[in-house]
Design a protein around this ligand. Structure first.
Ligand code: GDP
Length: 424
């Protein structure tokens, strides 16, 4: 059995959704195992263009069962809105092809408030949160102060539990932030409007996945964001609040016995980063604007312009290492077609020393990039489907990255559409 994890190697937005959509052809089950609706996976296929936030990217394939694992931040309100959106565009969602773990914790309405209130309090020291409540949610999950999705099937116990949590959270909302308190009436409306709607999809997904594994079904684990946003290994505190690494897939999916044979790390042919935090290879001015526009680098969830830069070999090699990637999908190579000379960040200078090791987060704040240039190809490659037909300079760029990061590049993506890729 060959299970597979598809993970981001950099800061997120590498094109994971596009790769999951492509690779699901060979898999029976797709599981989202961490994170919440704070990022967006854009998928373009014959059914249309979709910005998925929480739904697994396998929902477009007939016969694929999609699972939201216990590791995700399950926001009933946003999930229901997202489900309505894809259903409206003709995608079939049923309890047969979408299953939500009864052990997933619920992102409660006040988590979004807390996120917003804290970013306001921090003012110019803010983390650049998407204000979807993810950090307050995970903090509360680890404090054991949230609700499991399966509790929706026990209404009496649920209401008592919710009342206790609300009393506790109102203390912070009122006394710390001087914000409006929650009432049980408001919470009951939330239960009715959103939780009841997603309830038919909630089940024991752990048992489902175990059975699928025993029957030899192939499982694909889908991550959100990228290595450098991992809570433990990333650019803390400018990370997300969960583990974005493949190593977390077995825990967050609900299949702790999963063996992952294949880890496809997704790398963009250049760098992008949303939000605050150190981004050593960042480009500015006209050069940045050109790249941002060529790659249409605006957040799928927030519309925020993404920070851009050349491919960062130091960060990418580190990302490959912590993901234990077995192969790489290099995306958006077509975006670089306008450049005569392609900048690449090969090393950092920290203090007076050149290094190719990814530094400790505080040292990262002071690192400077070493930039070199490679020859561009200056022609449209978006219609090319075979390696041999790629211009010599584009082949050299891919081979150089492969050698520099020490991992085989098995896919080169040259467009957002499902079929716009080259298999090597
Ligand atoms: P994800 O969160 O990692 O799935 O990435 P996003 O969806 O946020 O960002 C990737 C964006 O690039 C999406 O708009 C994709 O449609 C688009 N995309 C993916 N691969 C390619 C590619 O090879 N070329 C081009 N031009 N766009 C791509």
């Amino acid at each position: 059995m060959a299970n597979c994890a598809i993970v981001g190697i950099n800061w997120g937005d590498e094109g994971k959704g596009r790769m999951v959509d492509l690779l699901t052809e060979d898999y029976d089950v797709v599981v989202r195992y961490q994170g919440g609706g704070n990022a967006g996976h854009t998928v373009v296929n014959d059914q249309g263009t979709f910005a998925l936030h929480l739904l697994p990217s396998g929902i477009f394939r007939d016969g694929v069962v999609n699972v939201l694992g216990n590791g995700v931040a399950l926001d009933p309100e946003n999930l229901w809105i997202e489900m309505q959106d894809v259903i409206k565009k003709g995608v079939l969602l049923t309890p047969e092809n979408l299953k939500i773990s009864n052990r997933a914790s619920l992102l409660l309405p006040w988590h979004r408030d807390m996120d917003e209130l804290e970013e306001l309090r921090l003012a110019d020291k803010k983390y650049g949160s998407t204000k979807q409540g993810i950090a307050p949610f995970y903090s509360d999950k680890y404090q054991k102060k949230t609700i499991l999705a399966g509790e929706l099937f026990y209404p009496e116990e649920l209401k008592a539990h919710l009342a206790d949590l609300m009393e506790w959270k109102n203390l912070t909302l009122n006394k710390v932030y001087h914000a409006e308190e929650y009432t049980m009436e408001k919470m009951e409306r939330w239960l009715e409007d959103y939780c009841e709607k997603i309830k038919p999809y909630i089940c024991d997904t752990g048992a489902f996945l175990k059975e699928a594994q025993d029957k030899g079904k192939k499982i694909l684990f889908e991550a959100q964001l990228g290595s450098l946003r991992d809570l433990d290994y990333g650019i803390y505190p400018y990370t997300t609040s969960s583990n974005t690494t493949a190593a977390y897939a077995s825990i967050g999916s609900g299949l702790p016995s999963a063996k992952i044979d294949r880890v496809v790390g997704v790398v963009k042919a250049y760098s992008t980063c949303v939000g605050e935090g150190p981004f050593v290879c960042e480009m500015f001015g006209e050069e940045a604007e050109k790249l941002r526009n060529a790659g249409f680098e605006y957040g799928a969830k927030t519309g925020r312009p993404r920070r851009v830069g050349p491919i960062d070999i130091v960060a990418t090699r580190y990302g490959v290492e912590i993901q234990a990637a077995t192969e790489i999908a290099l995306t958006k190579l077509d975006v670089l077609s306008y450049m005569e000379k392609i900048p690449v960040c090969t090393k950092y200078v920290v203090g007076n020393t050149e290094t190719d090791r990814f530094p400790f987060p505080i040292a990262l704040e002071h690192a400077k990039p070493v930039i070199e240039y490679m020859e561009g190809w200056c022609s449209d490659i978006s219609g090319i489907r075979t390696w041999e037909k790629l211009p010599r300079q584009a082949q050299a760029y891919v081979e150089w990255i492969e050698q520099a990061i020490g991992c085989h590049i098995s896919y080169v993506s040259v467009g957002p559409e499902r079929e716009a890729f080259i298999k090597r």
